[in-house]
Design a protein. Structure first.
Length: 263
């Protein structure tokens, strides 16, 4: 895979996609978004990859949001073009949310605007202690447009989300950890190792079961309890049709580690 603004690495069963624009605090251009989308779509074709890590180059920023100086938005942007840009970002975050494999965000530094929205679409967020999360759009005469007004309230509650979106104030990594928005905050030097260790742990699980569990959670969260439980039964039933289920049960009975093959 050849890219200009992202780096894609394959580390055994783990893929790491790095936004590689450190001189611009990894701000997102149209090309960046297109390359990340292409990387995810190509990685899903590789049967050896079980988990994806999404991160940013350097220690200053995961992603500082849309590249305003690069022309993603400007004072002359009309409503039609603005809506098109919003849909483009939402399509990418929805791709992450629906992705068959777990996606871990490793947040190194700033996660502002669209960068925070991309992180929120991931399944788990590990942040360095110097990470900062912020929706500054209100100060630009905008609101979040890549899912922030919908995902943030679901993560931290309606009132706190309103406060952060209305004021443009941010959260530190420790504050985000305290309110359950991220999985954990770690020393900056340990960020990539922590994310890789978590990814390696997930890579040992059945990829089918990870996919089914992700689907059940993602679909069920917007349903009432009864419908969500029915969704869980649907996914649970599928488990029994797989070789991974039989391998997992045999390994348990034989007191050994299972070897899942995704079948």
């Amino acid at each position: 895979m050849s890219f200009q603004e992202v780096i894609v690495e394959k580390l055994d069963n783990i893929a790491r996609i790095t936004i590689n624009r450190p001189d611009k605090l990894n701000a997102i251009s149209r090309r960046t978004l297109q390359e990340m989308e292409r990387a995810l779509k190509e990685l899903r074709k590789d049967p050896t990859i079980r988990v994806v890590i999404l991160t940013g180059a350097g220690e200053k920023a995961f992603c500082a949001g849309a590249d305003l100086k690069g022309g993603m938005f400007n004072p002359e942007t009309d409503s039609v073009k603005g809506a098109r840009l919003a849909r483009m970002g939402q399509e990418f975050t929805e791709l992450i949310e629906r992705y068959e494999m777990p996606v871990i965000a490793a947040i190194n530094g700033l996660a502002f605007g669209g960068g925070w929205e991309i992180a929120m679409a991931c399944d788990m967020i590990i942040a360095s202690e110097n990470a900062q999360f912020c929706h500054p759009e209100i100060n630009l005469g905008l609101i979040p447009g890549w899912g922030g007004t919908q995902r943030l309230p679901r993560l931290i509650g309606k009132n706190r989300a309103k406060e952060l979106i209305f004021t443009g104030d941010g959260l530190t990594a420790r504050e985000a950890e305290r309110i359950g928005m991220i999985s954990k905050a770690v020393p900056t030097r340990d960020l990539q190792k922590t994310a890789l260790d978590l990814a390696a742990k997930l890579a040992m699980k059945s990829p089918i079961m990870l996919k089914l569990a992700k689907q059940a959670i993602s679909r069920g969260i917007d349903m009432n309890l009864k419908s969500g439980l029915a969704e869980e039964v649907r996914a649970f039933r599928v488990c029994f049709t797989t070789q991974d289920f039989r391998e997992g049960m045999r390994a348990f009975l034989e007191k050994r580690q299972p070897k899942f093959h995704g079948r």
